[in-house]
Design a protein around this ligand. Structure first.
Ligand SMILES: [Zn+2]
Length: 61
């Protein structure tokens, strides 16, 4: 998925919960990064993702 390109279909199927918990936020952003490049993961979430060793992509480029 090219950078900054919005994957409308994915967004329609995966709306952000209205008051997401931290877990929901992380899950949403990780999945979002895999399927759509319209925006980046916020730095504070990225830190948690790194701390937990969550792989955003199945394989590192
Ligand atoms: Zn997006």
């Amino acid at each position: 998925m090219a950078a900054n390109k919005i994957n409308k279909e994915w967004h329609e199927r995966n709306p952000m919960p209205e008051e997401p918990t931290l877990e929901q936020l992380i899950t949403w952003h990780v999945l979002h990064a895999r399927h759509c490049g319209c925006r980046k993961i916020p730095a504070r979430l990225m830190e948690i993702i790194k701390q937990r060793n969550i792989k955003i992509f199945e394989e590192e480029p």
